[in-house]
Design a protein around this ligand. Structure first.
Ligand SMILES: Cc1ncc(C[n+]2csc(CCOP(=O)(O)OP(=O)(O)O)c2C)c(N)n1
Ligand SMILES: [Mg+2]
Length: 556
């Protein structure tokens, strides 16, 4: 049967399991919107295309499925850039559909033309560096191949954004719907290559080590490896630290949790690794600037290194490993566990862990308490109450990062999504909205007042679609991180960091959402007593002093 290309695109997305597509229409993409009218996919109208791309990213993060967004040509597409860049850096599966002027107009100066011809902007070139695949689809005879290529990227264990731009006339062309049967829309089952040798070597390394430490990353969570990693840690008494994105890979309240590893953290994990550890086992964790303390060699010195990652490109990217295994973390760790159990020898217990952790804890209280807790009592208490009231079942999108990294112990039943990718301010609110569409659980966006003002109109997207949302905003009337740097590194020469805030109570009222202000600790008890975190849309404003800086030490 013949169907329009616009309908084929929508059916392709349905088969990919896409339930929501975030965007904004324009004349050049209306045929696809018209096909969405009859689809099971719900089209969500954002306030700005950047918001739409962040929502699609949040939806993908929460659901583990493909996120999707749709815009018109020209400014619709250019407004997507930061969200797409974020998904690219974060290796998120994002399908972006954009419109384009009809091909017979190319090069003549069409309205919003983005063909790159005759002085028009070149959308293809613009997105080249931030997509895994990017195509202006000018003809239909290779549609099956082209969509298969898109599927291969979107469904791979290491995906990225795919942008398909359809000229207006192409969207309305007729094609045979049998094309759909030639397109892959389910992930290939991933079989671990024959890893028996490296897995045996990894098991042996672990049995030999006196003080191994697991560095768990987001790859652990993506593979669903939390339970096996926890079992391994508890069975062998191995402490676990995580990258920021890996927070929650094991329960951070666990006796074996060293908290997160990285420049803005307390430094327990750093201390344990540099002073005690003789084996580091990286499980789906990158070793970026933040996690590695700028690739501090003390972390690697005098110890063996093992690494497991499903992304082959991550293996030995920035360090040399004694054992490097390309494979699914859950499967590999399960295999290691089975081998250790079958080993016959008694399982080695690393008995000094508890006392070392205790010593570090004392250390932490003595050295760091005034660095963080005492300086930010309201935020510390907020996270304590959050943990107490929600031991599981919430998802958090956090643009601020520094406070949560230190104050918030993530349990395996909660999901914490720090603003990673390109670390763009303005991500938390739309990403949380996208996630709340995918997952009906209490959802939090946590961010500063600077970031809030970048994306706050998207709150109305939540309101328009009855999406419950909890926004926690830190009001310090400044770009705090910038002010801190200008104070500490530029002799208090403040430039372009401070600003005057609107009255957020009125703002919330105008949006029709609930509002609570926190000036003192007792106000937080009221917040947790009164707020409907499940079904309400709430703005919680926490007042901070602009001259109180999170005084983390970058190197120890
Ligand atoms: C899109 C974007 N622009 C600029 C920056 C650089 N930047 C990092 S933190 C920061 C200040 C954030 O201020 P605010 O959101 O109020 O948080 P605070 O540090 O005050 O808690 C800025 C401008 C960024 N990360 N993203
Ligand atoms: Mg601020």
């Amino acid at each position: 049967m013949k169907i329009q290309v616009s309908e084929l695109i929508v059916k392709y997305m349905e088969r990919l399991g896409i339930e929501y597509i975030f965007g904004m229409p324009g004349a050049h993409i209306l045929p696809v919107y018209d096909s969405l009218y009859d689809s099971s996919i719900q089209a969500i109208l954002a306030k700005h295309e950047q918001g739409a791309s962040f929502m699609a990213g949040g939806c993908a993060r929460a659901s583990g499925k493909i996120g999707a967004c749709i815009t018109t040509a020209g400014p619709g597409a250019t407004n997507l850039v930061t969200g797409v860049a974020n998904a690219y850096a974060d290796k998120q599966a994002l399908l972006i559909i954009t419109g384009e002027t009809s091909t017979h107009i190319f090069g003549k100066g069409g309205l919003q033309e983005s063909s790159g011809e005759g002085g028009a902007i070149d959308q293809d070139a613009l997105f080249k560096g931030i997509t895994r695949y990017n195509k202006v689809v000018e003809r239909t005879d290779y549609l099956a191949n082209l969509l298969n290529k898109a599927s291969n990227i979107l469904l791979s264990p290491n995906p990225g954004p795919v942008l398909l731009s359809f000229p207006f006339n192409v969207q309305k062309e007729l094609v045979d719907d049998s094309i759909l049967n030639r397109i892959k829309t389910k992930p290939r089952s991933y079989t671990v290559p024959d890893e028996s040798q490296p897995v045996a070597a990894l098991t042996e390394l672990m049995l030999q080590a006196e003080n191994p430490v697991i560095v768990a990353g987001y790859g652990c969570i993506k593979s669903g490896g939390q339970a096996v990693v926890t079992e391994l840690s508890e069975m062998m008494h191995i402490p676990v630290t995580t990258s920021l994105k890996g927070k929650g890979a094991i329960c951070e309240q666990s006796a074996y949790s060293l908290g997160s590893l990285g420049v803005t953290s307390y430094g327990n994990a750093y201390q344990y690794i540099t002073e005690k550890s003789d084996l580091l086992i990286f499980l789906g964790a990158g070793f970026n600037e933040r996690t590695s303390y700028l690739w501090d060699e003390n972390l690697m010195d005098n110890k063996k290194i093992a690494q497991v990652d499903i992304d082959e490109d991550q293996l030995e990217k920035v360090f040399k490993a004694d054992v490097a295994i390309h494979g699914d973390i859950k499967e590999i760790v399960a295999e290691v566990l089975a081998r250790i159990k079958a080993n016959g020898k008694p399982v080695k217990k690393h008995n000094n862990v508890a006392s070392t952790l205790k010593a570090l804890h004392v250390n932490k209280i003595e050295q760091d308490a005034d660095v963080f807790e005492a300086r930010f009592p309201l935020i510390a208490k907020f996270y304590q109450l959050l943990e107490k009231n929600f031991s599981e079942g919430i998802q958090i999108f956090d643009d601020n990062i520094i406070f949560a990294q230190n104050f918030f112990n993530v349990s395996t039943g909660n999901r914490y999504h720090p603003n990673s990718g390109v670390s763009s301010l303005g991500n938390a609110i739309p990403a949380a909205i996208g996630a709340r569409f995918a997952e009906a659980k209490p959802t939090f966006a946590i961010l500063g007042d600077g970031g809030f003002q970048m994306c706050c109109m998207e709150i109305m997207t939540a309101v328009n679609y009855d999406i419950p949302l909890n926004i926690v905003m830190f009001n310090n009337a400044t770009m705090g991180l910038i002010r801190k740097n200008q104070s500490q590194q530029y002799n208090d020469r403040y430039i372009n960091c401070d600003f005057t805030n609107p009255d957020y109570a009125f703002l919330a009222k105008s949006f029709g959402i609930d509002y609570l202000r926190v000036d003192k600790e007792a106000d937080l008890d009221t917040v947790f007593d009164k707020t409907d975190f499940h079904n309400g849309t709430n703005l919680i404003e926490i007042m901070l002093d602009k001259n109180t800086f999170p005084n983390y030490v970058t190197k120890r």
